[in-house]
Design a binder for this molecule. Structure first.
Ligand code: ARG
Length: 643
């Protein structure tokens, strides 16, 4: 059970576009659209108001006591006191077999669905559509009225760690949020390209290659490339800093002597010698040979890169993520960059400054963006320069409709500069198709042993902790088939749910105890809720395929109705999430549902109920499990069936 493939791409996508007179209305995909359509048409007729206008003003509600849908009547822009208008519209609304007479509350009209039709529509659909319930393939259609035009294409660039450097919390968040965004766009019918833009180029790879000659070990490299390269990197950097001291000292001596107009020829020769044999200089030369396509230098670098990617892939798989493209700073062609220089020059965007080429944004209506160097004095490109090359390369290669960069808020300025330069270069349309999705910092992410070298270290640590938590309940622990594996999944869920709790821009403290608790709105709690529904289904011994034929009329309790009303919202929650691009939109919905579930178990018992009541209630729980499962998968989690 624990090894279920969890990729949302396994979900079949619903895209039967049934025409409605209202744009964006898909009654066959979204049960609430049946009600929106109904309200708009009926109210429009009864009150003589444009139905399209009503349709577009119908809002969803935050809590069930506000109704299933509501209409803020002031938004209809009718010259009448809104409180009076709400009352008048309520009284005009005709008798309906779908909804109860609307309630006028202040300037709002509240609509409550009638129990029977809602229950049979919603439960029937969920049990039939299963994983596809809530998906909406029309959203990603280039032209919803003409499917032959094809899907919209989006590149989501995320994770993007730097080879041989630690995988820090920023990369972790980018990975989690990026994976989630990829899922959202997938279930909305977009053609999604997941791209990893590795930090895999620069002088540090010269340093690493030389370091490997001193400290490296083939066997260790193949066995555990990430950790081994990191060790080498740390060791060779130690050499660099050891050498820095004497060099700095000499430089100071020279400066002092020069001030006194003394002869410094000897000292300068000494300095030149020291610099010449320094690791820093050797690294510079090595990197130069890489830039000049020296085959040997490139072969070693490629080996580091390939082995690291292999390892990354294994770890990403634990998070249900697989990238379509491993790009990286190394992949950007120098022609793309020189093309960009030319465009900038031609557009009068760039200028010479002390031997370097810079862009002074303050002169181009973007005061806040300051100045940025595009080409260094020695002619080498920078991080920003490569990004400028990359953005145009990607545009030409993929012809995307949208591109998202999932990068920490620390790089807000960098991405703002990138988009602005792109625009100034004359690619205004390209810039407008790009979006930076940022996020706040995680404070205190470290393993119990200390530093984080790679994602694996964190995941292993949290998995261990989860294993300890599970062992505390001996009886249950004995029933779990593969406790290690389950602990691993629970650990990953813990990290991810903690990360997705709260808005992206907010940072948070990495708190191992809080995230692994079964109490509160945590990952383990969500998994527990899912496993409990699975266990209920097993114990009921009912045929799951028969549940869709249950007599839903027997679900008369308020608890049952409220649960159905919540399940009806799932397609809307997904649509809303596609707007907010916030994992919390999904997560808080799932917690609302799981809370409601736990207060229902005592009222809506399955075991011990009359056979037909038992079947109807089990159908309700099975539908809830399905929606919970769909939601967890969109978040990138792997729901467990036993715990
Ligand atoms: N490798 C970079 C870092 O670790 C993140 C790359 C973000 N993406 C980009 N296109 N600049 O800081």
């Amino acid at each position: 059970a624990a090894s279920l493939p969890a990729s949302v791409e396994a979900l079949t996508l619903q895209s039967t576009a049934q025409t409605s007179q209202f744009t964006g209305c898909f009654p066959t995909l979204n049960p609430m659209d049946i009600y929106r359509e109904h309200i708009a048409v009926e109210l429009g007729k009864a009150a003589g108001i444009d139905a399209q206008k009503i349709y577009s003003r119908i809002a969803w509600t935050k809590t069930l006591d506000q109704g299933d849908l509501s209409l803020p009547v002031a938004s209809l822009q009718i010259k009448q006191n809104p409180i009076e208008l709400a009352k008048e519209l309520a009284s005009k609304f005709p008798e309906s077999n779908l909804i109860q007479p609307p309630v006028a509350l202040g300037p709002h009209l509240q609509f409550f669905c009638k129990r029977q039709p809602l229950t049979s529509t919603v439960l029937g659909r969920i049990l039939k559509e299963k994983a596809a319930y809530g998906t909406n393939g029309n959203q990603g259609q280039k032209d919803p009225s003409d499917p032959s035009k094809g899907q919209k294409k989006i590149i989501i660039e995320f994770s993007s760690p730097n080879i041989a450097k630690p995988f820090h919390a920023g990369h972790l968040r980018s990975t989690i949020i990026g994976g989630f965004l990829a899922n959202i766009y997938t279930v909305m019918g977009w053609n999604v390209i997941k791209m990893n833009y590795l930090g895999d180029w620069g002088k540090q790879y010269g340093l690493l290659a030389n370091g490997f000659k001193y400290f490296g070990n083939e066997e260790a490299l193949v066995k555990d490339p990430i950790n081994h390269l990191f060790d080498v990197y740390v060791k060779v950097n130690r050499l660099v800093s050891e050498q820095e001291g004497p060099i700095k000292e000499l430089k100071e001596q020279i400066k002092a002597k020069k001030e006194k107009s003394e002869d410094v020829t000897d000292l300068e020769a000494q300095l030149a010698k020291l610099v010449d044999v320094s690791e820093d200089e050797k690294a510079r030369r090595y990197f130069k040979s890489m830039e000049d396509s020296d085959p040997e230098a490139l072969a070693l670098w490629r080996k580091f890169r390939d082995l690291s990617i292999e390892k990354y892939k294994q770890t990403y798989a634990r998070l249900n993520i697989d990238f379509d493209v491993y790009s990286g700073e190394s992949q950007i062609k120098s022609e793309s960059m020189s093309e960009a220089y030319k465009l900038m020059e031609k557009a009068g965007v760039s200028e010479q400054s002390e031997g370097a080429v810079i862009v002074d944004f303050t002169k181009h209506g973007a005061k806040k963006l300051g100045k940025a160097i595009i080409v260094r004095k020695d002619g080498t490109p920078l991080y920003l320069t490569r990004d400028i090359g990359a953005i145009t390369e990607r545009d030409q290669e993929y012809h995307f409709d949208k591109m998202i960069y999932v990068v920490a808020a620390q790089q807000d300025l960098h991405l703002a500069q990138l988009f602005k330069v792109t625009e100034l270069m004359g690619h205004k349309d390209l810039a407008s198709r790009c979006q930076h999705i940022n996020f706040g910092m995680v404070r205190g992410m470290s393993t119990r042993k200390g530093t984080v070298k790679f994602l694996d270290d964190i995941l292993r640590d949290v998995g261990d902790k989860m294993h300890e938590v599970m062992k505390k309940n001996e009886v249950k622990y004995a029933q779990v088939e593969d406790p290690e594996k389950t602990a691993d999944i629970l650990g990953i869920t813990s990290v991810m749910v903690q990360d997705m709790t709260g808005k992206r821009v907010n940072g948070y403290d990495f708190n191992l105890d809080a995230m692994t608790s079964f109490e509160g709105d945590t990952g383990p709690y969500l998994q527990y809720a899912h496993a409990r529904l699975c266990s209920m289904a097993r114990k009921s011994e009912l045929d799951v395929n028969e549940l869709v034929n249950a007599n839903f009329d027997l679900l008369t309790e308020q608890h049952a109705l409220d649960l159905v009303r919540l399940l009806a919202q799932w397609p809307d929650v997904l649509l809303q999430t596609a707007k907010t691009l916030e994992p919390i939109t999904v997560l808080s919905y799932l917690f609302r549902m799981t809370h409601m579930l736990s207060s229902s178990y005592d009222v809506l018992k399955v075991i011990g109920s009359e056979p037909d009541v038992k079947q109807a209630r089990m159908a309700l729980y099975a539908a809830a499990r399905q929606v919970l499962n769909n939601g967890m998968r969109v978040l990138g989690l792997s729901p467990v069936e036993r715990l």
